[in-house]
Design a protein around this ligand. Structure first.
Ligand code: NAP
Length: 269
């Protein structure tokens, strides 16, 4: 039986994946931010649960401490993410989109690394096609200049792909296999918390055109259940179970390494 930890499992794509993977026999560990939603889904599928706010790196450290008590960890799914209407800094001093979507998952993965290596684990990260529009400037990672909700989000989702490439470059020889994926445009709570994105993600017409959370979770479930490198290519980015095009920065190994090193310095691991 595989042990699968899913962040952002209290809603949307993560919750749909948690239900399916548990129904298919995995031991699922549910991680969410909102206590009520996290307990509801964990109770529904009979899963271990943890509550952590990724806008606080101290929560990520506590979460990692708890997860490191697992006897094994076959799949870590870094799925938590959000877009924000306004630029805010977290208590750790980072732009919130960058921290919640990227830095927190980066830190969590790094803190779990010995367990991931011992389990020869897969690390699956929910990115987005939006990453294609990202362009990360290492001199302005917190977007002090020219912040907009979608610029911050596109860069954060590009960070997810760079993280996947970096994890692959640093740890594939340790037996850790990484993949990122695009879930499609999915009718979840994503983008419905105010600002411009609510016009698209919150409109009844827009939502009717979108995929269901279950459909959005399909590639995640496929990556989690299959075995790399036999069934999928380690270090790659997928959409609809197929290899998909990535941002040019993700093809630049020098940039991938520089971004990896900067992320590590920021979270001091
Ligand atoms: N929906 C789409 O069209 C779409 C498209 C491309 C990519 N994505 C990506 O898919 C992933 C899942 O999103 P979704 O569509 O399922 O949206 P969702 O229903 O809003 O779910 C987002 C999940 O992330 C968690 N989360 C948000 N902020 C957090 C924080 N500060 N700390 C810890 N967890 C936090 C939420 O926890 P709580 O509910 O407990 O607050 C929730 O479980 C995200 O990474 C998103 O960027 C979505």
């Amino acid at each position: 039986m595989k042990t699968i930890v899913i962040t952002g499992a209290s809603s949307g794509i993560g919750a749909a994946a948690a239900r399916r993977l548990a129904a298919d026999g995995a031991r699922v560990v549910v991680v969410g931010r909102d206590e009520r939603r996290t307990h509801e889904i964990a109770d529904e599928i009979g899963a271990e649960r943890h509550v952590a706010d990724f806008a606080r790196l101290s929560d990520v450290h506590e979460l990692a401490e708890a997860l490191n008590r697992l006897d094994r960890l076959d799949v870590l799914v870094n799925n938590a993410g959000a877009v924000f209407a306004e630029r805010t800094l977290t208590e750790d001093g980072f732009e919130k989109t960058f921290q919640v979507n990227h830095l927190a998952g980066f830190l969590l993965t790094r803190l779990l690394l010995p367990l991931l290596v011992a389990s020869r684990a897969s690390v699956v990260t929910t990115s987005s096609m939006a990453h294609l529009g990202g362009r990360i400037d290492l001199a302005d990672l917190q977007l002090e200049r020219g912040w907009s909700p979608w610029r911050a989000y596109s860069n954060a989702k590009l960070a997810n792909v760079l993280f996947t490439r970096g994890l692959h470059r640093h740890h594939v020889l340790d037996g850790v296999h990484a993949a990122a994926f695009h879930p499609g445009a999915v009718a979840t709570r994503f983008g419905t918390q105010g600002g411009f994105s609510e016009l698209i993600f919150g409109s009844p017409v827009g939502r009717r055109l979108m995929a269901s959370p279950e459909q959005g979770a399909d590639t995640l479930i496929w990556l989690a259940q299959r075995t790399p490198p036999r069934d999928w290519v380690p270090g790659a980015y997928y959409a609809k179970r197929k290899l998909a095009r990535t941002n040019r920065q993700a093809g630049d190994s020098g940039f991938v390494d520089a971004f990896w090193a900067r992320s590590a310095r920021l979270v001091e691991v």
